[in-house]
Ligand binder design. Structure first.
Ligand SMILES: Nc1ncnc2c1ncn2[C@@H]1O[C@H](COP(=O)(O)OP(=O)(O)O)[C@@H](O)[C@H]1O
Ligand SMILES: O=P(O)(O)OC[C@H]1O[C@](O)(COP(=O)(O)O)[C@@H](O)[C@@H]1O
Ligand SMILES: [Mg+2]
Length: 320
């Protein structure tokens, strides 16, 4: 039976990571384990920035955004020699297993560590919702709320000025934040890597919305890394009846108090991670599928093709 586990947060932070840290710590301690916080992701693991966590040290964080453990990206962790240093740091402290809260990159690190004898369980902490084996990642719903709030506000001012507002949202090649928020705010156009980007089609559609549909404003929600939204705004001003304005929401989407759904998800997933480690299981990640929190092999999770969002794209078109 294991006695000591570690916990870390890695990659881009997400609201709900703290709730997951709290759940792993409290469930772990209540199950007779000693729990160690590993600071700044894999960087802290390599450097030995590791300290014990107590029930008290995770008090009052269930509602806080960010991560009390800090997060970092350490590309060198792909190097086996660097990982060996990390394993030594864990062994020195008798830490036999680790809960890794992060996205797909962090999962790769967790799998490598498991292969090196440190059982790891991954929890999906990312706003992007780009972990295919889970219906929702911890932080996605909160980020969605932030985006919806921002778009609602932009809608007001766009309406007053006969404007087209382009709102660029995060997602790192996953269009879920754009698609969900576009539907929830009644946007006129949604652009993701799945829908594709055709500038001419967008300009034609905006002219139609202006001249035929007599719309007072238009909202375009677009995923990051698709086009230069400021240039697009200029083209809209030049070629349609709307004046174009672009807003890049940026890191504001990553902050804020987690919504109840994310707090619940983080708590349930944290509990599951501890239970798995106590059964001697590693190399798995926790997911929620059709409302059931369950384990899934990381190896499979990393090569699972993204589910088509066609049904939601169709819904969006039928709502137009
Ligand atoms: N192939 C890999 N092998 C080992 N560690 C990795 C690998 N890919 C990523 N990592 C580690 O995970 C960290 C976070 O990955 P990243 O892709 O930036 O964020 P996320 O986990 O949120 O997707 C990286 O900085 C690196 O330390
Ligand atoms: O914080 P950075 O380094 O600017 O990275 C921005 C990226 O991180 C994210 O916010 C979250 O991505 P990960 O969860 O995979 O780290 C992406 O949506 C975005 O592309
Ligand atoms: Mg990622």
């Amino acid at each position: 039976m294991i006695k000591r586990i570690g916990i870390l947060t890695s990659g881009g932070d997400s609201p709900g990571m703290n709730a997951a840290i709290r759940a792993v710590t409290r469930v772990g301690i209540n199950s007779g384990l000693e729990v160690f916080g590993i600071y700044n992701g894999y960087k802290g693991m390599v450097e030995g920035y590791i300290e014990p966590l107590t029930k008290e040290s995770v008090s009052d964080i269930v509602n806080r955004g960010g991560t009390i453990l800090g997060s970092a990206r350490l590309p060198e962790f792909k190097d086996e020699d660097v990982r060996k240093k990390a394993v030594k740091q864990l062994q020195k402290r008798g830490i036999e297993a680790v809960v890794v809260i992060g996205g797909d990159g962090s999962y790769r690190g967790a799998l490598e560590l498991t292969h090196m004898g440190i059982n790891c369980i991954g929890l999906p902490g990312t706003i992007d919702n780009d972990i295919t084996c889970t219906d929702y990642t911890i932080g996605f719903q909160t980020a969605l709320e932030t985006i919806v709030d921002a778009v609602d506000k932009l809608k007001d001012t766009s309406n007053s000025h006969h404007r087209c507002s382009i709102v660029e949202v995060m997602g790192n090649r996953c269009g879920d934040l754009a698609l969900w928020s576009g539907i929830a705010t009644g946007a006129e156009i949604i652009v993701t890597s799945e829908t594709g980007f055709d500038e001419q089609e967008i300009l034609d559609r905006l002219r139609d919305l202006d001249l035929i549909r007599k719309k007072k404003h238009a909202i375009i929600v677009i995923s990051e890394k698709i086009t230069d939204v400021h240039q697009l705004a200029k083209k809209i001003s030049l070629n349609t009846g709307f004046s174009g304005r672009a807003t890049v929401l940026g890191h504001i989407q990553r902050g804020g108090s987690p919504c109840p759904f994310d707090r619940m998800l983080a708590s349930q997933m944290g509990e599951k991670a501890v239970d798995l480690l106590m059964q001697g299981i590693g190399g798995q990640c926790v997911s929620i599928r059709e409302n059931v929190v369950q384990a899934f092999p990381i190896e499979k999770a990393l090569c699972m093709p993204a589910e088509s969002r066609k049904p939601l794209t169709n819904l969006f078109e039928r709502l137009g």
